[in-house]
Design a protein around this ligand. Structure first.
Ligand code: EPU
Length: 368
Protein backbone atom coordinates (compact mmCIF):
# COMPACT_ATOMS: atom_id res chain seq x y z
CA UNK A 1 0.00 0.00 0.00
CA UNK A 2 1.19 3.55 -0.73
CA UNK A 3 2.09 4.81 2.76
CA UNK A 4 1.74 8.45 1.59
CA UNK A 5 -1.91 8.00 0.71
CA UNK A 6 -3.52 9.28 3.94
CA UNK A 7 -1.25 12.30 3.95
CA UNK A 8 -2.13 13.22 0.38
CA UNK A 9 -5.85 12.79 1.00
CA UNK A 10 -5.84 15.12 4.01
CA UNK A 11 -3.43 17.83 2.97
CA UNK A 12 -3.58 20.96 0.84
CA UNK A 13 -0.43 22.01 -0.99
CA UNK A 14 1.02 25.55 -1.26
CA UNK A 15 -1.26 27.36 1.15
CA UNK A 16 -1.11 31.09 1.80
CA UNK A 17 -1.00 31.51 5.60
CA UNK A 18 -0.78 35.30 5.64
CA UNK A 19 -4.41 35.31 6.82
CA UNK A 20 -3.69 32.48 9.25
CA UNK A 21 -1.50 34.52 11.60
CA UNK A 22 -2.77 37.56 13.49
CA UNK A 23 0.44 39.49 12.78
CA UNK A 24 -0.52 39.15 9.08
CA UNK A 25 3.04 38.27 8.00
CA UNK A 26 3.47 36.99 4.47
CA UNK A 27 3.77 33.20 4.58
CA UNK A 28 3.42 30.40 2.03
CA UNK A 29 3.27 26.92 3.48
CA UNK A 30 4.22 23.86 1.48
CA UNK A 31 1.42 21.73 2.92
CA UNK A 32 -1.44 22.16 5.40
CA UNK A 33 -3.45 19.42 7.10
CA UNK A 34 -6.64 20.50 8.85
CA UNK A 35 -7.75 18.13 11.57
CA UNK A 36 -11.41 18.10 12.56
CA UNK A 37 -11.24 14.97 14.66
CA UNK A 38 -8.63 12.95 16.50
CA UNK A 39 -8.95 9.92 14.24
CA UNK A 40 -7.74 12.02 11.30
CA UNK A 41 -4.49 12.62 13.15
CA UNK A 42 -4.03 8.89 13.70
CA UNK A 43 -4.71 8.30 10.01
CA UNK A 44 -2.33 11.00 8.91
CA UNK A 45 0.45 9.96 11.27
CA UNK A 46 0.15 6.31 10.23
CA UNK A 47 1.35 7.35 6.80
CA UNK A 48 3.92 9.84 7.99
CA UNK A 49 7.54 8.91 8.51
CA UNK A 50 11.10 9.06 7.41
CA UNK A 51 11.73 7.53 4.05
CA UNK A 52 8.53 8.71 2.41
CA UNK A 53 9.41 10.55 -0.74
CA UNK A 54 8.17 14.03 0.14
CA UNK A 55 8.96 13.83 3.84
CA UNK A 56 8.75 17.25 5.41
CA UNK A 57 8.99 18.21 9.07
CA UNK A 58 5.77 18.82 11.03
CA UNK A 59 4.69 22.15 12.45
CA UNK A 60 1.59 22.63 14.62
CA UNK A 61 -0.31 25.88 14.03
CA UNK A 62 -3.33 26.85 16.12
CA UNK A 63 -5.00 30.27 15.91
CA UNK A 64 -1.75 31.91 14.80
CA UNK A 65 -1.94 34.65 17.42
CA UNK A 66 1.45 34.09 19.04
CA UNK A 67 3.69 33.12 16.13
CA UNK A 68 6.03 34.84 13.71
CA UNK A 69 5.84 32.78 10.54
CA UNK A 70 8.56 32.70 7.86
CA UNK A 71 7.90 33.84 4.28
CA UNK A 72 8.39 30.23 3.11
CA UNK A 73 7.32 27.45 5.43
CA UNK A 74 8.74 24.19 4.12
CA UNK A 75 6.86 21.97 6.53
CA UNK A 76 3.60 20.11 6.89
CA UNK A 77 1.41 22.40 8.96
CA UNK A 78 -0.97 20.52 11.25
CA UNK A 79 -3.98 22.63 12.18
CA UNK A 80 -6.08 21.20 15.04
CA UNK A 81 -9.66 22.38 14.40
CA UNK A 82 -11.59 19.85 16.50
CA UNK A 83 -14.70 21.45 18.02
CA UNK A 84 -16.88 20.72 21.03
CA UNK A 85 -17.49 21.62 24.66
CA UNK A 86 -18.76 18.90 26.96
CA UNK A 87 -19.65 18.75 30.62
CA UNK A 88 -17.76 15.92 32.26
CA UNK A 89 -18.93 16.34 35.88
CA UNK A 90 -21.13 18.73 37.82
CA UNK A 91 -21.74 19.45 41.51
CA UNK A 92 -23.24 22.44 43.36
CA UNK A 93 -19.77 23.98 43.63
CA UNK A 94 -18.10 23.22 40.34
CA UNK A 95 -18.43 22.07 36.75
CA UNK A 96 -15.77 20.10 34.90
CA UNK A 97 -15.70 20.68 31.19
CA UNK A 98 -13.64 19.36 28.32
CA UNK A 99 -13.05 21.75 25.46
CA UNK A 100 -11.69 20.71 22.09
CA UNK A 101 -8.65 22.52 20.71
CA UNK A 102 -10.41 24.29 17.84
CA UNK A 103 -12.87 26.23 20.00
CA UNK A 104 -12.30 29.98 19.88
CA UNK A 105 -10.92 31.06 23.26
CA UNK A 106 -12.92 34.25 23.78
CA UNK A 107 -16.18 32.59 22.70
CA UNK A 108 -15.48 29.86 25.25
CA UNK A 109 -14.99 32.44 28.01
CA UNK A 110 -18.28 34.18 27.15
CA UNK A 111 -20.12 30.86 26.89
CA UNK A 112 -18.92 29.61 30.28
CA UNK A 113 -19.72 32.86 32.08
CA UNK A 114 -23.22 32.86 30.51
CA UNK A 115 -23.70 29.31 31.78
CA UNK A 116 -22.81 30.43 35.32
CA UNK A 117 -19.47 28.60 35.23
CA UNK A 118 -16.71 30.88 36.46
CA UNK A 119 -12.96 31.17 36.51
CA UNK A 120 -12.09 32.12 32.94
CA UNK A 121 -13.65 35.62 32.97
CA UNK A 122 -10.34 37.44 33.52
CA UNK A 123 -9.01 35.83 30.35
CA UNK A 124 -11.68 37.36 28.09
CA UNK A 125 -10.73 38.70 24.66
CA UNK A 126 -7.41 36.90 24.40
CA UNK A 127 -7.15 35.97 20.73
CA UNK A 128 -6.58 32.42 19.56
CA UNK A 129 -7.96 28.94 20.00
CA UNK A 130 -8.30 26.87 23.15
CA UNK A 131 -5.66 24.34 22.12
CA UNK A 132 -2.94 26.98 22.14
CA UNK A 133 -3.89 28.41 25.52
CA UNK A 134 -1.85 25.90 27.57
CA UNK A 135 1.25 26.36 25.41
CA UNK A 136 2.09 29.73 26.87
CA UNK A 137 -0.14 29.40 29.95
CA UNK A 138 -2.11 32.47 28.88
CA UNK A 139 -2.52 35.00 31.63
CA UNK A 140 -4.14 38.36 32.23
CA UNK A 141 -5.49 40.51 35.05
CA UNK A 142 -4.24 38.29 37.86
CA UNK A 143 -5.31 34.93 36.42
CA UNK A 144 -3.32 32.33 34.52
CA UNK A 145 -4.76 29.40 32.62
CA UNK A 146 -3.19 26.95 35.07
CA UNK A 147 -5.54 28.25 37.81
CA UNK A 148 -8.52 26.45 36.20
CA UNK A 149 -6.86 23.81 34.05
CA UNK A 150 -7.14 20.18 35.12
CA UNK A 151 -5.60 18.31 32.23
CA UNK A 152 -4.56 18.42 28.61
CA UNK A 153 -5.24 15.70 26.09
CA UNK A 154 -2.40 15.67 23.60
CA UNK A 155 -0.75 13.60 20.91
CA UNK A 156 2.98 13.05 21.20
CA UNK A 157 4.22 13.39 17.64
CA UNK A 158 7.63 11.67 17.95
CA UNK A 159 6.12 8.47 19.40
CA UNK A 160 2.68 8.74 17.70
CA UNK A 161 0.89 8.20 21.03
CA UNK A 162 -1.99 9.90 22.89
CA UNK A 163 -1.43 11.24 26.42
CA UNK A 164 -3.42 12.66 29.33
CA UNK A 165 -1.28 15.32 31.02
CA UNK A 166 -2.30 16.61 34.43
CA UNK A 167 -1.76 20.28 35.28
CA UNK A 168 1.46 19.39 37.06
CA UNK A 169 2.67 17.32 34.07
CA UNK A 170 2.30 20.52 32.02
CA UNK A 171 5.07 22.27 34.05
CA UNK A 172 3.43 25.66 33.86
CA UNK A 173 5.37 28.86 34.50
CA UNK A 174 4.98 32.52 33.52
CA UNK A 175 4.09 32.26 29.84
CA UNK A 176 5.65 28.82 29.84
CA UNK A 177 4.84 25.10 29.76
CA UNK A 178 6.19 21.72 28.68
CA UNK A 179 4.55 22.35 25.29
CA UNK A 180 6.50 25.56 24.81
CA UNK A 181 9.73 23.96 26.04
CA UNK A 182 9.50 21.11 23.54
CA UNK A 183 8.12 22.73 20.38
CA UNK A 184 6.55 20.59 17.64
CA UNK A 185 6.42 17.65 20.01
CA UNK A 186 2.82 17.79 21.22
CA UNK A 187 -0.43 18.40 19.41
CA UNK A 188 -3.07 19.44 21.94
CA UNK A 189 -6.53 18.18 21.07
CA UNK A 190 -8.54 18.93 24.23
CA UNK A 191 -8.29 20.80 27.52
CA UNK A 192 -10.09 19.97 30.78
CA UNK A 193 -11.13 22.77 33.13
CA UNK A 194 -12.71 22.86 36.57
CA UNK A 195 -14.88 25.99 36.81
CA UNK A 196 -16.73 27.15 39.93
CA UNK A 197 -20.34 28.25 40.33
CA UNK A 198 -19.99 30.86 43.10
CA UNK A 199 -21.01 34.21 41.55
CA UNK A 200 -19.70 36.11 44.57
CA UNK A 201 -16.14 34.92 43.97
CA UNK A 202 -14.30 37.32 41.67
CA UNK A 203 -10.72 38.47 41.20
CA UNK A 204 -10.70 42.18 40.42
CA UNK A 205 -7.62 43.51 42.19
CA UNK A 206 -5.61 44.23 39.02
CA UNK A 207 -5.50 47.87 37.83
CA UNK A 208 -8.89 49.40 37.05
CA UNK A 209 -10.79 46.10 36.94
CA UNK A 210 -12.65 46.58 40.24
CA UNK A 211 -13.79 50.15 39.41
CA UNK A 212 -15.02 49.29 35.93
CA UNK A 213 -16.66 46.04 37.07
CA UNK A 214 -18.44 47.87 39.91
CA UNK A 215 -19.80 50.39 37.42
CA UNK A 216 -21.24 47.56 35.32
CA UNK A 217 -22.73 45.96 38.44
CA UNK A 218 -24.47 49.17 39.45
CA UNK A 219 -25.83 49.70 35.94
CA UNK A 220 -27.45 46.29 36.30
CA UNK A 221 -28.85 47.14 39.74
CA UNK A 222 -26.36 44.97 41.65
CA UNK A 223 -24.42 46.18 44.68
CA UNK A 224 -21.57 43.71 44.19
CA UNK A 225 -19.79 42.88 40.93
CA UNK A 226 -20.27 39.33 39.65
CA UNK A 227 -18.00 37.44 37.21
CA UNK A 228 -20.00 38.74 34.22
CA UNK A 229 -19.20 42.31 35.32
CA UNK A 230 -15.51 41.45 35.62
CA UNK A 231 -15.59 39.94 32.15
CA UNK A 232 -17.24 43.06 30.74
CA UNK A 233 -14.71 45.29 32.52
CA UNK A 234 -11.81 43.31 31.08
CA UNK A 235 -13.31 43.42 27.60
CA UNK A 236 -13.53 47.23 27.95
CA UNK A 237 -9.99 47.63 29.29
CA UNK A 238 -8.51 45.40 26.61
CA UNK A 239 -10.45 47.12 23.85
CA UNK A 240 -9.10 50.48 24.95
CA UNK A 241 -5.46 49.39 25.17
CA UNK A 242 -4.97 46.49 22.83
CA UNK A 243 -5.46 46.66 19.07
CA UNK A 244 -7.95 44.23 17.51
CA UNK A 245 -5.80 42.03 15.23
CA UNK A 246 -8.57 42.11 12.61
CA UNK A 247 -8.17 45.88 12.33
CA UNK A 248 -4.49 46.27 13.10
CA UNK A 249 -2.48 43.05 12.89
CA UNK A 250 -0.46 42.18 16.01
CA UNK A 251 0.40 39.19 18.17
CA UNK A 252 -0.40 40.59 21.61
CA UNK A 253 2.42 41.37 24.00
CA UNK A 254 5.54 41.18 21.89
CA UNK A 255 7.96 41.18 24.80
CA UNK A 256 7.76 39.40 28.12
CA UNK A 257 7.89 41.44 31.28
CA UNK A 258 11.52 40.90 32.31
CA UNK A 259 12.25 39.49 35.73
CA UNK A 260 15.27 41.16 37.33
CA UNK A 261 16.97 41.01 40.76
CA UNK A 262 15.21 43.17 43.36
CA UNK A 263 18.51 44.96 43.98
CA UNK A 264 18.74 46.10 40.35
CA UNK A 265 15.13 47.27 40.53
CA UNK A 266 15.79 49.31 43.69
CA UNK A 267 18.77 50.97 42.02
CA UNK A 268 16.69 51.79 38.95
CA UNK A 269 13.99 53.27 41.21
CA UNK A 270 16.39 55.89 42.47
CA UNK A 271 16.88 57.19 38.92
CA UNK A 272 13.35 56.40 37.67
CA UNK A 273 10.94 56.73 40.61
CA UNK A 274 7.89 55.91 38.45
CA UNK A 275 9.25 52.59 37.12
CA UNK A 276 6.55 49.89 37.30
CA UNK A 277 7.45 46.55 38.88
CA UNK A 278 5.77 43.70 40.76
CA UNK A 279 7.64 41.90 43.55
CA UNK A 280 8.10 38.17 42.92
CA UNK A 281 9.50 35.29 44.95
CA UNK A 282 13.27 34.86 45.43
CA UNK A 283 14.14 38.58 45.61
CA UNK A 284 13.11 39.17 42.03
CA UNK A 285 10.94 41.87 40.46
CA UNK A 286 8.90 41.64 37.27
CA UNK A 287 9.23 44.92 35.40
CA UNK A 288 6.54 46.28 33.05
CA UNK A 289 8.26 46.11 29.66
CA UNK A 290 5.62 48.47 28.21
CA UNK A 291 6.78 51.13 30.65
CA UNK A 292 10.45 50.58 29.71
CA UNK A 293 9.68 50.87 26.00
CA UNK A 294 7.57 53.98 26.51
CA UNK A 295 10.31 55.61 28.62
CA UNK A 296 12.86 54.74 25.93
CA UNK A 297 10.75 57.01 23.71
CA UNK A 298 9.39 54.25 21.51
CA UNK A 299 5.66 54.32 22.11
CA UNK A 300 4.14 54.45 18.62
CA UNK A 301 7.46 53.93 16.87
CA UNK A 302 9.79 51.17 15.71
CA UNK A 303 10.92 50.44 12.18
CA UNK A 304 8.03 51.00 9.80
CA UNK A 305 5.83 49.17 9.05
CA UNK A 306 6.38 47.36 12.39
CA UNK A 307 5.74 49.83 15.19
CA UNK A 308 4.66 49.70 18.82
CA UNK A 309 1.01 50.42 19.58
CA UNK A 310 0.03 53.95 20.61
CA UNK A 311 -1.94 52.74 23.64
CA UNK A 312 0.30 49.85 24.73
CA UNK A 313 3.98 49.95 23.84
CA UNK A 314 4.39 46.23 24.56
CA UNK A 315 2.42 45.34 21.44
CA UNK A 316 4.06 45.46 18.00
CA UNK A 317 1.67 46.20 15.16
CA UNK A 318 2.03 45.49 11.45
CA UNK A 319 1.01 48.40 9.23
CA UNK A 320 1.69 46.53 5.97
CA UNK A 321 -0.44 43.41 6.43
CA UNK A 322 0.25 40.39 4.19
CA UNK A 323 3.40 42.12 2.86
CA UNK A 324 5.68 42.50 5.86
CA UNK A 325 7.86 39.55 6.65
CA UNK A 326 9.43 38.01 9.68
CA UNK A 327 12.65 39.92 8.91
CA UNK A 328 10.83 43.24 9.24
CA UNK A 329 9.68 42.15 12.69
CA UNK A 330 13.22 41.09 13.64
CA UNK A 331 14.57 44.51 12.63
CA UNK A 332 11.98 46.34 14.74
CA UNK A 333 12.55 43.98 17.65
CA UNK A 334 16.28 44.62 17.61
CA UNK A 335 15.82 48.37 17.40
CA UNK A 336 13.45 48.42 20.39
CA UNK A 337 15.39 45.93 22.52
CA UNK A 338 18.67 47.77 21.88
CA UNK A 339 17.14 51.11 22.90
CA UNK A 340 15.74 49.63 26.12
CA UNK A 341 19.04 47.93 26.90
CA UNK A 342 20.98 51.14 26.32
CA UNK A 343 18.77 53.07 28.73
CA UNK A 344 18.05 50.51 31.47
CA UNK A 345 20.58 47.65 30.97
CA UNK A 346 17.60 45.27 30.85
CA UNK A 347 17.43 42.61 28.16
CA UNK A 348 13.97 42.15 26.63
CA UNK A 349 12.91 38.69 25.47
CA UNK A 350 10.39 38.10 22.76
CA UNK A 351 7.12 36.41 23.68
CA UNK A 352 5.75 35.10 20.34
CA UNK A 353 7.29 32.02 18.83
CA UNK A 354 9.78 32.46 15.98
CA UNK A 355 9.23 29.80 13.30
CA UNK A 356 12.10 28.83 11.01
CA UNK A 357 11.66 27.93 7.33
CA UNK A 358 11.70 24.22 8.18
CA UNK A 359 9.04 24.64 10.87
CA UNK A 360 11.50 24.33 13.74
CA UNK A 361 11.30 26.89 16.48
CA UNK A 362 14.30 29.04 16.62
CA UNK A 363 15.99 32.26 17.18
CA UNK A 364 17.83 34.56 14.89
CA UNK A 365 20.74 36.87 15.22
CA UNK A 366 18.37 39.67 16.24
CA UNK A 367 17.16 38.10 19.44
CA UNK A 368 17.93 40.32 22.38
N1 EPU B 1 2.74 50.65 30.77
C1 EPU B 1 3.30 51.83 30.35
N2 EPU B 1 3.36 52.07 29.01
C2 EPU B 1 2.90 51.19 28.11
C3 EPU B 1 2.33 49.98 28.53
C4 EPU B 1 2.27 49.73 29.88
O1 EPU B 1 3.73 52.66 31.14
O2 EPU B 1 2.97 51.49 26.91
C5 EPU B 1 2.61 50.40 32.21
C6 EPU B 1 1.15 50.54 32.62
O3 EPU B 1 0.83 51.84 32.94
C7 EPU B 1 1.06 49.61 33.81
C8 EPU B 1 2.11 48.56 33.51
O4 EPU B 1 2.95 49.08 32.49
O5 EPU B 1 1.42 50.30 34.98
C9 EPU B 1 1.50 47.24 33.09
O6 EPU B 1 0.71 47.46 31.91
P1 EPU B 1 -0.57 46.54 31.57
O7 EPU B 1 -1.46 46.47 32.72
O8 EPU B 1 -1.12 47.01 30.29
O9 EPU B 1 0.01 45.09 31.44
P2 EPU B 1 1.37 44.52 30.81
O10 EPU B 1 2.26 44.09 31.92
O11 EPU B 1 1.93 45.47 29.83
C10 EPU B 1 0.55 42.04 30.83
C11 EPU B 1 0.44 40.89 29.87
C12 EPU B 1 -0.75 41.12 28.95
C13 EPU B 1 -2.00 41.17 29.80
C14 EPU B 1 -1.85 42.34 30.82
C15 EPU B 1 -2.98 42.39 31.80
C16 EPU B 1 2.71 40.10 29.56
C17 EPU B 1 3.90 40.04 28.66
N3 EPU B 1 1.67 40.79 29.10
O12 EPU B 1 0.82 43.21 30.06
O13 EPU B 1 -0.85 39.99 28.10
O14 EPU B 1 -3.16 41.37 29.03
O15 EPU B 1 -0.64 42.15 31.59
O16 EPU B 1 -2.87 41.34 32.70
O17 EPU B 1 2.75 39.52 30.64
C18 EPU B 1 -0.43 39.09 25.93
O18 EPU B 1 0.20 38.20 26.48
O19 EPU B 1 -0.55 39.13 24.67
C19 EPU B 1 -1.02 40.16 26.73
C20 EPU B 1 -1.65 41.17 26.19
Amino acid sequence: MDSDLPKRLLSNQCVDLSHGNTMALACMAESVVTLTDEAQLDTFMAGYGEGTEDHLPLFVLSGGSNVLLPAQLKAIVLQPKMRGISVVAKTEEYVDIEVMAGENWHELVVYTVNQGWYGLENLALIPGLTGAAPVQNIGAYGVQLEDCLQYVRAYHLPTKTWHHLTASDCQFGYRDSIFKQAPNTWLISGVGFRLHTDATKILASYGDVQTVAQRYAEQQGRTQAVPADVMQAIIDIRQQKLPDPKQLPNCGSFFQNPIIPQEQFTTLQTTYPTIVGYAMADDKTKVAAGWLIEQAGLKGSGIAPIVTHQQQALVLTNHAPYQSTQNDVADAQKYIADAVYKKFAIQLSREPVWVNTDGSIGYNEHVA
